[in-house]
Design a protein around this ligand. Sequence first.
Ligand SMILES: NC(=O)c1ccc[n+]([C@@H]2O[C@H](COP(=O)([O-])OP(=O)(O)OC[C@H]3O[C@@H](n4cnc5c(N)ncnc54)[C@H](OP(=O)(O)O)[C@@H]3O)[C@@H](O)[C@H]2O)c1
Length: 264
Amino acid sequence: MDLNLKGKTALITGSTSGIGYTTAKILLKEGATVYINGRNRSSVENAVSQLKNEVANSKVFGIVADFFKLNQVESLLKKLSEIDILINNVGIYTSKSFFDTTIETWKDQFQVNLMSCVCLSKHYLKGMLERNWGRILFISSECAYLVPPDMISYSATKASMHAVSRGLAHITRGTQVTSNVIVPGSTLTKGAKNFLNEKAVTQNTSMDNIEKDFFNNTRTSSLLERFASTDEVANTITYLCSPLSSATNGSVIKVDGGSSGGIL
Ligand SMILES: NC(=O)c1ccc[n+]([C@@H]2O[C@H](COP(=O)([O-])OP(=O)(O)OC[C@H]3O[C@@H](n4cnc5c(N)ncnc54)[C@H](OP(=O)(O)O)[C@@H]3O)[C@@H](O)[C@H]2O)c1
C-alpha cells in the first residue's frame, strides 16, 4: 500500500534509537523527509548515517536539542520552522515509590514528556492550519491507563498528553490537520533488551524466561504476552502520519497488546 507520504516532512523527537528510530526508518522507506533528534551530536550523527545505510536515497537530517533546555528547543524551532508531521515521541521515566519520587523528578518528567509537546505543537500547528494539512502525534504509554505504583509521575505525564491532543484536535475542526495519541505497550527497544539481559545474568537464566516472568507476574493484563517489536508500534504510527488516516482525529489508538483493558 502506498501511504502517500512522498513530499511530506516529519520531525520525530527523541529518535536516535527505539520506537522513534524505527518510525524514522519506515517513514523514509515511504519517501518522506525525516528530521531525527537526540541530545548530543554524536548520537544524532550516528543515527543519521545508520538510517542512510539502511534506506537508500533517504532524505534524513539530524537536529540536536535537549528538551530539558528551552534555548535548545528555541533554536530547533528556528532551524526547522515548518513541518507537515510532528511526532512527539521523546519520553523519560523513573521507577521509584511515590514517596521516594522527588518534586524535581516530577518537574523533569513533565518538562520533557509534556512541555516538549506543548512547545512544538504551539509552533507547528499554526503553519499546518495555514497550509490546511498536518499530523500531530503524541506517543503515550499503557502506563497512562495502568498507572503502576512505581511510575505514577511518568503515568501522569502520559495521561496529560491525551488532554493536550484532544484539545488540539478541537482546534483543527474542519481542516485536514489531525491530532492523535498512540499508546504503545511494553516494546522491545535497546533499553528493554538491556533490562531483560541484566536480569537474565543476575538470575542465571535466559532472556526468554525473564520475559515470560514479566508477563506472568508484572504485566499480567497483556493479551499479547510478549514485548511488541518497535516495527509493530512504528507501523501504526506511520499509518497515522499518512493522508490515508484522514478521518481519525482526536483519537487514542492503542498498540499495547491489549494490556490497558476495557472496551474504549
Ligand atoms: N519502550 C517501551 O516499552 C515504551 C512503552 C510505552 C511507551 N513508550 C514511549 O515511547 C516513546 C519512545 O520510547 P523508546 O523506549 O523508544 O525510547 P528510548 O529507546 O528510551 O529512546 C530514547 C530517545 O530519546 C532521546 N532523548 C532522551 N532524552 C532526551 C531529551 N531530554 N531531549 C531529546 N532527546 C532525548 C534519546 O536520544 P539521545 O540518547 O541520542 O540523546 C533517544 O533517541 C517514549 O515517549 C516512551 O515513553 C515506550
